[in-house]
Design a protein around this ligand. Structure first.
Ligand code: IPM
Ligand code: MG
Length: 360
């Protein structure tokens, strides 16, 4: 039976980079005889324009039915006036929550060819390979109550709730311990347990879970220090595990260390290994439609999708190798450009990956 992939390009540069990923998928199908059926849907601002909501029931049903979802990016100034409950980002958050995609894996790996593109000195980032495991369906992003209320004196007050259950902490801790076990065996849990009770519990539960992982060396760090250490000496980290909001912030920071946020893919998985795969970067409305966006994070997200949710490791490896191949050849989009490189647009970068994949 063919495997089902749902494609949700979203807004801004989403459709452009998705088109390149689909070219690469077609090439991979050809080379590896993959049997994958692709369906398409609208999400985010594109869905608001068409249906009035950022994720409609039909698209959600398609998502539930799919083995994997390839997601582009959502949001843009056009929808900034939408009420919070109907913003483009809600479509993404709803998908994460409805499919229970609690485990967000965000690798920050430096392609050696791009060491010069990092904002840090090459020696600080050479060989950098961090995996951030971010809890994705809980914490302050989803905690209730939330809202804006008017106090008796007429002043308005905004509030959100930072909440984690033991079971939520336990399951993300396990994902992180398992990942650390397969890598260098080091795990750093990031919290703010000197101030926030919820992350005090986080630390307690992570320590309790560590009993089952004697081969993993566990450390703890406050989030402010972790942010500092990431830009001071990032290579001290292997796997980091943290809650939803800290993970959002630290993963952007880690991404930038690799030279470009335009290079980084991510996976969001549930207990059944059903997954949604998306670039870490956003919809970049400022360059949308200009054939300038870097499609490599989207293409690498496709590779992750093939590996984790569709069990097509050989095709995933080949795509990653093809991406490395185009970098070797000197092809660069604007975000990773350096002196003497071959500056290319979105489509030419996608074509170059296809070429490497088919003619390797
Ligand atoms: C991310 C993004 C999202 C998040 C937004 C678009 C809702 O920043 O995936 O990191 O905050 O999780
Ligand atoms: Mg983010």
């Amino acid at each position: 039976m063919s495997k089902q992939m749902l494609c949700l390009p979203g807004d801004g540069i989403g459709p452009e980079i998705m088109a390149e990923a689909l070219k690469v998928l077609d090439a991979a199908k050809l080379r590896f005889g993959l049997d994958i059926e692709v369906s398409h849907g609208l999400v985010g601002g594109a869905a608001i324009d068409q249906y009035g909501v950022p994720l409609n029931d039909e698209t959600l049903a398609l998502a539930r039915h799919a083995d994997a979802i390839l997601f582009g990016a959502v949001g843009g100034p056009k929808w900034d006036d939408q009420p919070m409950a109907n913003r483009p980002e809600k479509g993404l958050l709803q998908l994460r929550s409805e499919l229970d995609l609690f485990a967000n894996l965000r690798p920050a790996m430096l392609f050696p060819q791009l060491a010069e593109a990092s904002s840090l000195k090459p020696e600080l980032v050479a060989g950098l390979d961090i995996l951030i495991v971010r809890e994705l369906t809980g914490g302050i992003y989803f905690g209730e109550p939330r809202g804006v209320r008017t106090l008796e004196n007429g002043e308005r007050e905004g509030y959100n709730t930072y909440v984690y259950r033991e079971s939520e902490i336990r399951r993300i801790a396990r994902v992180a311990f398992e990942a650390a076990r397969k890598r260098s065996g080091r795990l750093c849990s990031v919290d703010k347990s000197n101030v926030l009770e919820v992350t005090g519990l986080w630390r307690e539960v992570v320590i309790a879970e560590s009993a089952g992982y004697n081969d993993v060396e566990l450390s703890h760090m406050y989030v402010d220090n972790a942010a500092m250490q990431l830009v001071r000496a990032p290579k001290q980290f292997d796997v980091m595990v943290t809650g939803n909001m800290f993970g959002d912030i630290l993963s952007d920071c880690a991404a930038m260390l690799t030279g470009s946020i335009g290079m980084l893919p991510s996976a969001s998985l549930n207990e059944k290994n059903q997954g949604m795969y998306e670039p870490v970067h956003g919809s970049a409305p400022d360059i949308a439609g200009e054939n300038k966006a870097n499609p490599l994070a989207q293409i690498l997200s496709l590779a992750m999708l093939l590996r984790y949710s569709l069990a097509e490791a050989a095709a995933a490896d080949a795509i990653e190798k093809a991406v490395s191949g185009v970098l070797d050849k000197g092809y660069r989009t604007g975000d990773i450009a350096s002196e003497g490189c071959q500056l290319v647009g979105t489509a030419a970068m996608g074509d170059a990956v296809v070429d490497c994949l088919l003619n390797a």
